[in-house]
Design a protein around this ligand. Sequence first.
Ligand code: ARG
Length: 465
Amino acid sequence: MSGNLQWGGRFQSAPDPALIAFGSSLEEDLALAAFDVQCSRAHVLALRGGKIIAQNQADELIAALDHIAAEIESGEFAAFARNSGAEDIHGAIDVRVRELTPAGAYLHAGRSRNDQVATTLLLYAADRAEKGKQVAARIIDRLLLYAEAERKEGTLLAGTTHWQPAQPVLLAFYLGAVAEGFMRDMHRFAEAASKAKEFCPLGSGALAGSTLPLDRKVACAALGFRQPTRNALDAIGNRDGALDVAHAFVRAAANASRMSEELIVWCAPAFSYARLGDEASTGSSLMPQKRNPDPFELVRGTAADLSGRYAGAVASIAAIGFSYHRDLQVTKSIIIGIVERGLAALDAFERALSHVTFNRARMNALADANFTVATDVADALIANGVSARDAHASVGAAVMRAEEEGRTLDATDLQRVAEEASLSGLDAPLDAKASVLAKKTFGSTHPDEVERALGTLRREIEAAS
Ligand code: ARG
């Protein structure tokens, strides 16, 4: 097994296979395979650019790497890597290159797995951040389709705080609120993708740079980075770019989790605000009648898991000094886990969301139940010169009386609070529709404001794609 390690010349005994197995990162590294090949191609250019290898060697190396890229693409490379006896993907690809061409023995000149893993992880992270951006855009598009339809319908919703009925809003306003969060996620993904490709660590060697005249600029350009890293010591141990991408996934998953939580409740029969189609529901092995919103629960659970993993990743890096320490293999594994699970959760969220239907009649019916217009009545008093304190107390007392009498606020309540304030009468919204139409502020739930905000989101998403 130790035969295919990338080191060993100065060792007298073979390593304990159990410890090599413990130290293997091969399984999680498989996600990085294609990026490591890109990285190796760029290193060939750096070697050739510095005249460290001959042109025919460069050609042979590139041909071997192209061959391996095809094996990765077809899926057959994974089995080879697992049988290769290598500790990680870098080693496995090195074994395969050396199998394919004698020039393979020259590939690792001036290079360390340390600069290789730093570079490969950034390429991977940038690629996945792009994918995160795309799935965030799909989620926004889905939310906007729903919001635009519900805006036309004028569907009302009892907006809540603490899950208690608070004020009437449009369902489209709620959906727009969720879309705003995903729009921030989309920009966060785009920024993280861009920042990951700012500085190229390749050519930093183990920690100090190289005595070989590697052409770092050509490697950097080939990989699509904007400039080579300025300090090899920093470049080797820095994981900020990949952590930012992981963070973007943690945050987007948290946003998906928040809406999931509400949809889970909305789909409960006691609420009956929404229904999740059979395509996205699961049944019970015991209770024949059950229909459960599992995908949303899994998204919620995954978001919690990812935020815990992120804390672990930061802790793993905070503990170490500069350059490379093997802890960074753990950091890498956590980052890949966050990114892959995050991407899967966002994709599942978008799919499950596409199977939600809203119960408009039920939402409309409950939008003004439980005195959700009380604030508007108090506002009407304030607009007539009453202090906020007096208005609050007077409407609070009106709510208490109406509740005791088992009715909603009505014209008699308006008359009474008006008289208490020495006004001849009071004009205030008494139902949910009148409430949203009475809103006056920029960004409110007034239908015109909702339409404007949705239009802005729509244009932003179109500009980004
Ligand atoms: N498998 C290692 C990792 O994933 C590669 C780097 C090994 N470098 C070293 N100096 N041991 O981090």
